[in-house]
Design a protein around this ligand. Structure first.
Ligand SMILES: [Cu+2]
Length: 112
């Protein structure tokens, strides 16, 4: 019987990690900034497992609000606050809004 984890495979994975390649199973990270009371994109498409890093580049506070994977996310981000990173684990469409500025909207499509 052939073993699934052959020495070649292990060698290959080790080689990739040594080269600093992104492992196939790791999601990517997309940065969205908030400036001029707008998100830097109107809509984005990401994959399940990807993360969005929200940055507040404004002179004012923002308050991120969205529903992803059946959970409500509410994150206040004052001026100069640390970035907020969220990992999207489920497929679907959602809207990210700001509780303070109703005109701010970002459509997010999470694909498999
Ligand atoms: Cu805002």
């Amino acid at each position: 019987m052939r073993r699934f984890f052959s020495a070649q495979w292990i060698g290959c994975f080790l080689g990739l990690s040594l080269l600093g390649a992104t492992p196939l199973w790791a999601g990517k990270q997309v940065t969205i900034s908030q400036k001029g009371k707008k998100f830097s994109e109107k809509e984005i498409t990401i994959k399940v497992g990807d993360e969005i890093k929200f940055i507040n580049d404004d002179d004012t506070a923002h308050h991120l609000m969205f529903k992803a994977g059946g959970k409500k996310v509410s994150h206040k981000q004052p001026k100069g606050a640390d970035p907020f990173v969220h990992k999207f684990e489920e497929e679907g469409k959602l809207k990210v809004r700001c509780a303070i500025h109703p005109k701010m909207k970002l459509k997010v499509k999470v694909e498999k």
